[in-house]
Design a protein around this ligand. Structure first.
Ligand code: RIB
Length: 314
């Protein structure tokens, strides 16, 4: 199995649970407040780690007490922190409001993520121990210049590039062919393709347009409507979502992505299998509160999947 590298954001999430969102100008009380390690990069790295794979996280935290907490959280769980920069200023923070339906509003304050040093990233990616068969996973919560640099370097070295363009921004045309796997939700897909997605047929058209631009394989996650996969050979897979009681959808997409990539590393697992595994992990995530606090272990995912089979046989 190749090595897995995540280059991305690390945040502390400040999560407030509310009965309903306030109207403009209105003040409401939250039901509770929790601090939970988050950030799309860190969440995806954690999902890989909890899937039982070694992961190398490249990112930055600030020289503030939150930065220390975020680092010790990784250390405590055994995630390699050698490539995390500690830089002047504050750490990334995400202010998350979750309503009773488990939906969220997220406002991020980029902090150190916005100043992730290209030098550190360059050092890691140019390191001769990274090459053919390895995979790098990126999101959009660090500067695009760094992301672009990593995509270009990785594709020169034969490293598989997996990109989750979240939050969405326009991808320059010449970058599409350097991306092996693009994983995005329907909102991001609509923004990037400019196409409306309200059902599977429209999602498939949007995926096809991304494949036509040079991406080798694309997954669009559709929340409770499942996930759609298509590759350049026109292999198409639909993975339905598992039905669960939703508590908080935060990090469901990150869990899906990290788990999918970890499962992909096992050459004996088919793409169908990896999608089912990722979807089960995401389902478990939405039944729990918070970002990294909600990501299941591989054992939990396996138990969930065998329970599903048993309940179908009953
Ligand atoms: O995808 C969820 C994540 O988005 C949260 O953990 C928050 O930190 C933001 O980055």
């Amino acid at each position: 199995m190749g090595k897995l590298l995540v280059v991305g954001s690390i945040n502390m999430d400040i999560v407030k649970k509310v009965r309903r969102y306030p109207l403009p100008g209105e003040t409401i009380k939250s039901l509770d407040l929790t601090y939970c390690p988050g950030g799309k990069g860190a969440n995806q790295a954690m999902a890989i780690h909890l899937s039982g794979c070694e992961v190398y996280m490249v990112g930055a935290v600030g020289q503030d007490p939150i930065g220390k907490q975020l680092l010790s959280h990784f250390d405590h769980l055994g995630v390699n922190t050698n490539n995390i920069d500690v830089i002047e200023g504050t750490s990334g923070m995400a202010f998350i409001t979750v309503n009773e339906r488990g939906e969220n509003h997220i406002v991020i304050s980029e902090g150190a993520n916005a100043n992730l040093s290209k030098e550190n990233v360059e050092l890691v990616i140019r390191n001769s121990s990274w090459g053919e068969g390895d995979t790098v996973l990126l999101q959009n919560e660090i500067p695009w210049t760094v992301t672009k640099f990593v995509i270009e370097q990785a594709s020169c070295k034969g490293i598989q590039v997996v990109f989750n363009p979240a939050p969405a921004l326009k991808i320059p045309e010449n970058a599409f062919s350097l991306i092996d796997t693009l994983i995005l939700n329907e909102t991001e897909a609509q923004y990037i393709t400019g196409m409306k997605i309200s059902d599977h047929a429209e999602a498939l058209k949007a995926i096809q347009s991304l494949i036509n631009r040079g991406v080798k394989e694309v997954i669009i996650t559709l929340g409770e409507n499942g996930a759609l996969y298509l590759n350049q050979d026109q292999d198409e897979i639909f993975q339905p979502a598992f039905s669960v009681k939703v508590v908080d959808t935060t990090a469901a997409g990150d869990t899906f992505i990290g788990t999918f990539i970890a499962a992909r590393g096992n050459s004996y697992l088919s793409t169908d299998h990896c999608l089912r595994f990722a979807s089960a992990a995401a389902a478990l995530t939405v039944t729990r509160q918070g970002a990294q606090s909600s990501i299941p272990t591989i054992a939990e995912v396996e138990t969930f999947l065998s329970d599903q089979v048993e309940s179908r046989l009953r």
